[in-house]
Write a protein that binds this ligand. Structure first.
Ligand code: FAD
Length: 411
């Protein structure tokens, strides 16, 4: 169902509630976890989309707005978002609801850019919250998996439009890990990809620049291999012959060695990359001080156990925040993501990675695969019980609960 107005949405919520049904809201459906799965009513806010207004450096953005057109429109009006993730296919509300983030030790997740928001609660009311109005709801709703209500609009603090210079280069893994926190402090954005079965990383560094925008496009072999159809071909080969995964990963790393590239892009173009190859993903957010050790353990496991994977592991930084269910709650974090090509066995690899991440105090990304349930999650979040109390108050009949939320929130 795609209501065209908040009033229509309120009516749908009330009707489903009155018959004791279930309702989920979907953004772009870009979560790996079945967060929006339902056998009853699925609502999309694709018709409640666009920029409602811009006042100073704050934009009121309708919940169903996709990040790609949003970025273009903000740029046209002289603004940009403070930070973004790897892709721009998500909706604003979907990205916020799972704590979607980019990389930057001084920069929080997209949820931290939100200054206030409005949502339709399970009883059909339309309420507004901010740091000064319904403050507890605000602290809970900024990362809430669609469990407190349906967000209709968000006020987001913007930056004046800016340009970023991206440098890509290879680094030895040990050097990269040893320098990672320094690099993350030095550059506005720093991340790296480790190629399994090697000691090679591809490092991405980005910072403000006044230089003019360069021609965008694929410039190096590593980009060709990692970001376009060539990688898809290799992946299909590996799926057919999984035992070739280590050799293929080493081959990709060898092809990328010594390649360096620099590019300047307007901020709305600088963050997102084309992800043409489908994959499964698990990601954990670890305390900053544990990131490098967890990564070393993962590397040892993958290389020693000869795990059949050729997809790189991504390593990023995110600033801590004060949002109750944010995986970055009260701690600056390292984010480590493991991927496997679609159709290939990922379960044992992800289980081993998850065990390493959990031993280092990791919290799972809400939109990605993980095996945790309410009993595991509660001790990881100091405000867990406050969130659950609020959720029960707002949704006593479990209108917004689906099987995954049942596992995550109900013991
Ligand atoms: C290729 C790829 C790359 C990715 N890169 C990154 C990355 O760089 N960084 C990162 O952190 N994550 C990343 N992700 C994960 C992704 O950002 C999140 O899973 C995000 O939530 C997806 O947004 P969506 O609009 O598709 O929401 P959906 O997946 O449709 O929904 C996500 C959650 O938001 C809720 N929701 C949606 N709309 C509303 C609303 N109006 N009100 C209340 N709740 C709502 C849903 O109910 C659900 O619980 C990536 C995912 C993919 C597939």
């Amino acid at each position: 169902m795609s209501p065209g107005s908040v009033e229509d949405l309120q009516q749908i919520v009330r009707e489903v509630g009155a018959r004791g049904g279930k309702l989920r809201v979907a953004g772009s459906g870009h979560s790996f976890a079945p967060l929006v799965k339902t056998s009853d009513t699925l609502v999309s806010l694709e018709r409640i989309a666009g920029i409602e207004s811009i006042d100073g450096h704050n934009a009121r953005i309708l919940a169903g707005t996709q990040l790609a057109p949003l970025g273009r429109e903000l740029a046209r009006r002289g603004f940009g978002m403070n930070n973004l993730g790897d892709i721009n296919k998500q909706t604003m509300a979907g990205a916020v609801s799972t704590g979607t983030h980019g990389t930057g030790l001084q920069l929080g997740s997209i949820s931290t850019q939100v200054r206030s928001l409005s949502l339709v609660t399970p009883d059909g009311d339309h309420v507004h919250c901010s740091a000064t109005q319904n403050a507890q709801l605000f602290d809970a709703a900024r990362v809430s998996l669609g469990a407190l209500g349906i967000i209709t609009a968000l006020d987001v603090e913007l930056e004046p439009a800016y340009r970023l210079k991206l440098e890509k280069r290879n680094m030895d893994l040990d050097d990269c890990l040893a320098q990672s926190v320094d690099l993350a402090r030095l550059y506005r954005h720093f991340e790296f990809f480790w190629m399994p079965h090697t000691r090679d990383t591809l490092v991405k560094l980005m910072d403000w620049t006044d230089e003019p925008e360069s021609a965008t496009g694929l410039t190096t072999m590593s980009e060709l291999m990692l970001e376009n159809a060539g990688f898809g071909m290799v992946s299909r080969l590996v799926r057919a012959r999984p035992e070739w995964a280590p050799a293929m990963s080493r081959f990709i790393a060898r092809m990328s060695r010594g390649n360096q590239s620099t590019m300047v892009a307007d901020c709305h173009r600088a963050f997102s990359t084309a992800r043409l190859v489908r994959f499964q993903e698990m990601e954990y957010e670890l305390p900053l001080e544990n990131g490098a050790d967890a990564m070393r353990e993962l590397v040892e496991y993958v290389n020693n156990k000869r795990v059949l994977v050729h997809f790189p592991v991504e390593y990023r930084f995110v600033k801590g925040d004060d949002i109750w269910l944010s995986p970055f709650y009260q701690r600056d974090s390292v984010s480590i993501s493991v991927h496997q090509y679609t159709g290939m066995e990922h379960e044992s690899y992800f289980a081993a990675a998850e065990s390493i991440f959990r031993n280092h105090g990791g919290r799972p990304h809400w939109g990605k695969l993980h095996s945790l349930g309410a009993r595991d999650l509660a001790p990881l979040y100091p405000r867990w019980h406050d969130f659950q109390r609020l959720r029960r108050e707002l949704d006593p009949k479990g209108l917004l609960i689906n099987p995954l939320l049942q596992r995550l929130f109900l013991v």
